[in-house]
Ligand binder design. Structure first.
Ligand code: ATP
Length: 235
């Protein structure tokens, strides 16, 4: 079985400075994969390259067995990519339900089904359907941002630092939703600085350091790796 997303030796430069060097990674069907690394390691650059906001200098990018490097962002999204960028972007003046509805292009029955799916995934949103975006807690805003990215029923969801700025408890609640996303048939690539939490909710992970993938493995293996313990888990 071939991977859903296959990235091979991707290089991205900002002027004279590289942000990604020979990044090679894959995400399979039914997998949640974490991309872990400190501030500035290149996580957002990788996501922007996948959705087509950033043009890599070299390397290959395949999604659903297609070379997508030459495709525009909207074409990639139509193929089945979902993107939830860093920073909980919700419409503050729209209700929870409206925030979700603006992201669905489908008939009435299908809209109801997708809303229902988001509310099942994040029961806290179901309880606050009529609340306005700005009235939600940080965690609920992040859940809403994820829910909105799922409205297009993507095959792969790119999730950029959903726990940023949240209390540990709220971060856990948001990340708990990731297993549900995968169960519903959407694979996930999750960028996180919080390594402990990322390894707890993902199947595999890649460690990115200054634009290079320095470690890769199953979450279980990486949790026990001395380098990961020392650098990220305070071990
Ligand atoms: P963060 O968690 O802070 O978002 P990140 O892992 O997502 O970090 P990137 O935002 O991808 O990292 O940045 C990777 C490197 O590229 C950093 O050194 C950053 O300063 C640099 N960089 C990012 N965007 C630009 C840009 N538009 N112009 C120049 N350099 C950039």
């Amino acid at each position: 079985m071939s991977a859903l997303l296959e990235i091979d030796k991707l290089c991205v430069w900002y002027g004279p400075v590289f942000a990604l060097k020979d990044a090679t990674l894959s995400v399979g069907n039914g997998e949640a994969v974490a991309l872990i690394g400190a501030n500035g390691a290149g996580k957002s650059t990788l996501f922007k390259s996948i959705v087509g906001f950033q043009r890599p200098k070299s390397g290959a990018l395949r999604f659903l067995d297609r070379d997508v490097m030459g495709l525009r962002t909207e074409q990639r999204i139509r193929l089945g990519l979902g993107y939830s960028p860093e920073g909980r972007r919700v419409f503050p003046g729209l209700s929870v339900r409206e925030n979700l509805e603006v992201a669905i292009y489908a008939g009435k029955a299908e809209r109801a089904r997708r809303l229902d799916r988001a509310f099942t995934l994040f029961p806290q949103l179901a309880a606050r359907q009529e609340a306005l975006g700005w009235q939600l807690s940080g965690g609920q805003q992040q859940m809403l941002a994820i829910g909105r990215a799922l409205m297009g029923q993507p095959r792969l969801l790119l999730l950029d630092e959903p726990s940023l700025g949240l209390s540990p408890k709220l971060a856990d609640e948001v990340l708990a939703g990731i297993r549900g996303v995968v169960r519903d048939g959407t694979s996930v690539l999750l960028a996180e600085q919080n390594v402990g939490k990322a390894l707890a909710c993902c199947d595999r992970a890649y460690v990115l350091e200054v634009g290079k993938i320095v470690l890769a493995g199953t979450a279980e293996t990486l949790r026990d790796t001395e380098e990961v313990k020392r650098a990220f888990l305070g071990g």
